[in-house]
Write a protein that binds this ligand. Sequence first.
Ligand SMILES: Cc1ncc(COP(=O)(O)O)c(C=O)c1O
Length: 411
Amino acid sequence: MALDVSAVRAGYPALADGYAYLDGAAGTQVPGCVIDAISAAYRSGLGNAGGAFPASKRSDAITAECRRAVADLVGGTADGVILGPNMTTLTYRLAAALAKSWQPGDEVIVSRLDHDANVRPWVQAAQRAGATVRWAEVDLPSGELGAGQYDALLTGRTRLVAVTAASNVIGTRPDVAAITAKARAAGALSYVDGVHATPHGPTDVAALGADFYTTSAYKWSGPHIGAVVADPALLETLQPDKLIPSPDTVPERFEQGTPAYADLAGVTAAVAHLAALDPAATGTRRERVLASMAAAQAHEQRLFARLLDGLAAMRGVTLYGSACLDPTTPPKAHRRTATAYFTVEGWSPAQVAAHLAEARVNVWNGHNYAWELTGVLGIRAAGSAVRAGLVHYNDRSDVDRLLASVAELAG
Ligand SMILES: Cc1ncc(COP(=O)(O)O)c(C=O)c1O
């Protein structure tokens, strides 16, 4: 069923301020039900984990429920959901744990499409271990990350392939399942960055073949919490650095310090919110999530076509990442998230973003940590580009406001 965007928007207090929030790729707004869940957790009394008294048991229950919710969102196992402050912190932690067994001469593969959070932790861990870093390249101008190149990149020494499920600037969705299958066949593990992909459609970690899948709740209407999802049996094989008295169980041994319990309650509420985006969806929470995220994707892609068509028609606008601009190949929608990255001739990206801000349109300008990609695109030194990202709560008026404002500069 189609998503009722006015009803969705009514649930987000922040959207009432009159701005067009096209900055969702950097972090979404939060619906009232998530704010209420966080507030209710604090109001009910929380304690540290593992105590005999009810407030402590509430924290334990919140954590367990949060793991189940994240597992339902992406299709994993609750016992394999590692929770933490954000994806970057967790990825550094996993990189350190995995690299303990790397030897000089081992190899890791990273990509130039990825956000730096799925590049630098691996590069730096490889440097420490004396391992070699190999790079998967982005095809230009298509913006595709070809799966075929991994045949030549993988060797018997490859220990890990880090790849994104979607670019956070040009939206490209590589064929992750093909890449992880090749990695597995070569005996390597895969670490898939799902931070940008998760909010934009149904996710099935098993179908992606990801050994590790990362996501960040603040990109999908939740609080600032990150998660890594993996098979608990795989996590059992790893020994991260940890304090002596902290739990040695999986997944807790990967979680450092005291968690943000109230925020974890907000994560569960965010998954409930996403599961209800398609009001006609029925069944388990997982089934409702899949139906609702498909409805969200269809909604975003309809708006995105309008956004791209509008920008492409403007003299002076250059769009990056053209994978879905070819109307002759229909389900291109699934190959690119609703994320536009563009420049306007004669104006710096910072000037464009400032102009849009005056029109009450929120967008980001710059490399957005897509460090390698903006380098190979040759735009980083000049301020990279402007990013306008759509999520499920954006509507046509958001897009039209952006187009009208860009048109004032681009003609
Ligand atoms: C694709 C992608 N990966 C990783 C990150 C880093 O996530 P976090 O802020 O949770 O560390 C981001 C954040 O923007 C992102 O967009």
